[in-house]
Design a binder for this molecule. Sequence first.
Ligand SMILES: NC(=O)c1ccc[n+]([C@@H]2O[C@H](COP(=O)([O-])OP(=O)(O)OC[C@H]3O[C@@H](n4cnc5c(N)ncnc54)[C@H](O)[C@@H]3O)[C@@H](O)[C@H]2O)c1
Length: 409
Amino acid sequence: MFIRRRMKPILLVLVILIVLILSAYKTTLSADVTPTDLHYNAEIKSTSNSKEKLEQAHMKIKQLEARIEELEKKMSVKTYATVKFLNYQSRKKILITGGAGFVGSHLVDYLMKEGHEVIVADNFFTGRKHNVQHWIGHQNFELISHDIVNPLYIEVDEIYHLASPASPIHYMQNPVKTIKVNTLGTINMLGLARRVGAKILIASTSEVYGDPDLHHHPQTETYWGHVNPIGPRACYDEGKRVAETLSYAYAKQEKVDVRVARIFNTYGPRMHFNDGRVVGNFILQALKNESITIYGDGKQTRSFQYVSDLVDGLAALMKSNYTQPVNLGNPQEHSIQEFAEIISGLVGVKTKTEHLNSVEDDPQRRKPDITRAKNLLNWEPKISLKKGLQMTIEYFRNELESENMGRVK
Ligand SMILES: NC(=O)c1ccc[n+]([C@@H]2O[C@H](COP(=O)([O-])OP(=O)(O)OC[C@H]3O[C@@H](n4cnc5c(N)ncnc54)[C@H](O)[C@@H]3O)[C@@H](O)[C@H]2O)c1
């Protein structure tokens, strides 16, 4: 109160002073300025006002442009390959275990383009996020980091169970884990299929035939195989044999709808570098102009299928009503020595080979009999060896260049 009472006269004096100063200033102005001057001044004032406003607008636009650019960079609008539209009834929810691997990632591409919802469960032991990078963010795609030795609880219509290391270098690195993935992992997936009523396809292998005897060449699905149960490859071969046994036990006892694909050697883009398998190794060595390493005399045979043929076969098998095992492979058989020459020729280098001791339990002959797949699935490989190898060599060449330039993939 006291302060307010003392301030009142001071404020009054201040107001009077301001009024006096303003009126004196006005008088001075009106004494000096003519009507022409006034008009001129007004014009200048309005011009400088509009200039100022224009500059401000420019500034604002620049700021907004910078902001949009920044947001665009953050969003980095991603484009995807075209996918078919499927209505609610025909669109399926499909789980692919090991979908970030070589075969799995091509299967992802196929099923995504067909318009399905695809879930990949992978622990990235031999797979790479890069293999499915081009689908990340798509509304129909999901990538789960999961080790299938542990149960997975999701709702799906179909399961492609591919999770397992596939090359000797990888599956021999941790034999116990290889057995676990093919036994516990398979039980988990069969259990999931039973719970949610999903159809399940197990990726088995021609290794279930082991080193086939001469009377069983080419190998038909009725051949029981010739496998060493305690050899270095047994963790994989016997693991897959148990995976098949488990599938038919679940089919019989729990009425699970199973499909078993016996996959023969497959090659194509996204194969592993340096995993010791024939095609990848030979291409890499030829591209680096190094000697091609052959284990043994090189007379042992293999038949290789291109990965897109395998993917077509897997999808056809899943669609079919056939529950017994089906061979999926290319019956065109070549000796390892011939492969070395074909690959060097396509890369454009002179063949140089180095022979090392043969590998223990390495099968001597391998060729699928695909009569069953032809008759029941109307499936057979379409890609010629030359075309498939050219596409794979191109992929390896690009990968090598990226690696040399230190690009991260
Ligand atoms: N490529 C071939 O020539 C061939 C031949 C016969 C059978 N197969 C079978 O096909 C399947 C795929 O083979 P690929 O060549 O694509 O091999 P790959 O190694 O490229 O792919 C296997 C995938 O399984 C994943 N995986 C491994 N253990 C896992 C675990 N515990 N939990 C979750 N994910 C796991 C890996 O990270 C990888 O992404 C395998 O089951 C293999 O046995 C392949």
